[in-house]
Design a protein around this ligand. Structure first.
Ligand SMILES: Nc1ncnc2c1ncn2[C@@H]1O[C@H](COP(=O)(O)OP(=O)(O)O)[C@@H](O)[C@H]1O
Ligand SMILES: [Mg+2]
Length: 345
């Protein structure tokens, strides 16, 4: 990358040299100033190799105005528990944010695992719930969403935290005539702000998961390579068909992520083959995420696996999912500057 290329990239981002320095510092944890950017752009100084590396990741997603979010919404769902939905959602958010995207993680499970795993302690969650600052409060219209969104320790990753209160929204939304659209309505303004909105769903197909599927353009399905989880896909596909018919014809399956895969276990290999045979035609199958203790250790320590161990097994899969989302975003940005929310029966 020459100085001229760097300048062209910055101009595509519609940033001043100062804004670019701030953005780069956030991305890389450095303290470059605008004079430095100017020296690089005029070839008075060579771009350091690590900056080149970071810029090439960032450049993946910059063929768009950074002032307006891509607004791509992804529901991570399967009604079975323990299939690594939360692990998938938070690690995907991490990779997307590190690649320079603005990301909003929506915890849509009243167990609040995603909230805790991105670093919000349980005691704080209880406090937020008392103050009316959780997903539940925004979803049922008790609090403005702006009061609920939290920043996290990961730059460019924000969170809508969930507490046990969210369970009450199931019944409340059920009794509202347009309750199925509550999450889409709540998130609509955020699509102007964030590039990616990732919804970590609960292990049910209730009202809140249905809301997530109405709000989303893409569904990502983490599926454990075991027989019961695969059966769960059948049920989910009926729900997808219903949601498409009634509320969200644009809902697409981004793909299935086989999780907790042990290549040495013949049962896992057989399940992966079944998954491929049953679903390979209908959905993209990502590379399996291996079973590895780094995931359970990170969960026990309330942290994001890839934040602590950037080379953790399965990282390639997360990068691949992020890349396909960012490519779809590039296409969307070229064809429609302001993606619309689809709702209404
Ligand atoms: N690849 C993996 N290898 C081993 N354990 C994993 C892996 N992914 C997730 N886990 C662990 O499995 C458990 C369930 O994962 P989680 O993401 O909470 O599932 P879900 O959200 O679908 O209920 C957690 O303890 C998590 O740490
Ligand atoms: Mg979960």
């Amino acid at each position: 990358m020459t100085g001229e290329d760097l300048r062209a990239l910055r101009e595509r981002l519609h940033m001043t040299q100062l804004e670019f320095a701030t953005w780069l510092n956030e991305l890389m944890g450095r303290r470059y100033d605008k004079q430095k950017i100017s020296r690089w752009e005029t070839d008075r100084e060579r771009l350091p190799r690590e900056v080149l590396g970071a810029l090439s990741v960032a450049a993946l997603g910059v063929d768009r105005s950074p002032r307006r979010g891509l607004g791509i919404t992804v529901a991570v769902a399967l009604q079975k528990g323990g299939t690594a939905k939360t692990a998938t959602a938070i690690n995907l958010c991490y990779v997307l944010a590190r690649a320079g995207n603005r990301v909003l993680l929506v915890d849509a499970d009243s167990q609040g695992n995603a909230t805790v795993h991105v670093g919000i302690p349980q005691t704080r969650v209880v406090e937020l719930s008392k103050q009316g600052k959780t997903h539940y409060h925004a979803l049922v219209g008790k609090s403005p969403l702006a009061d609920v969104i939290l920043s996290t320790d990961v730059p460019s990753l924000d969170l809508i935290p969930a507490s046990i209160a969210l369970a009450a929204a199931e019944a409340e939304l059920y009794h509202e005539p347009t309750g199925i659209n509550a999450m889409a309505d709540m998130l609509a303004p955020m699509r102007e702000v964030y590039d990616f909105i990732i919804i970590d769903c609960a292990p049910t197909l209730g009202m809140i998961t249905s809301n997530a599927l109405v709000a989303a353009q893409y569904l990502l399905i983490p599926c454990q390579t075991e027989a019961h989880a695969i059966l769960g896909l059948e049920h989910l596909s009926e729900t997808i068909a219903k949601i498409r018919r009634r509320s969200n014809p644009d809902l697409q399956i981004l793909g299935i992520v086989p999780t907790m895969y042990s290549a040495r276990q013949s049962q896992d290999r057989a399940s992966l083959d079944d998954l491929q045979a049953l679903w390979g035609q209908q959905a993209r199958m990502f590379e399996p995420i291996p079973r590895s203790t780094v995931y359970s250790q990170a969960a026990a320590a309330n942290s994001i696996t890839l934040a602590g161990d950037p080379g953790a097994p399965g990282v390639e899969t997360f990068v691949e999912i992020a890349r396909s989302l960012m490519q779809s975003g590039g296409q969307l940005a070229q064809t429609s500057p302001a993606p619309e929310v689809t709702h209404g029966a």
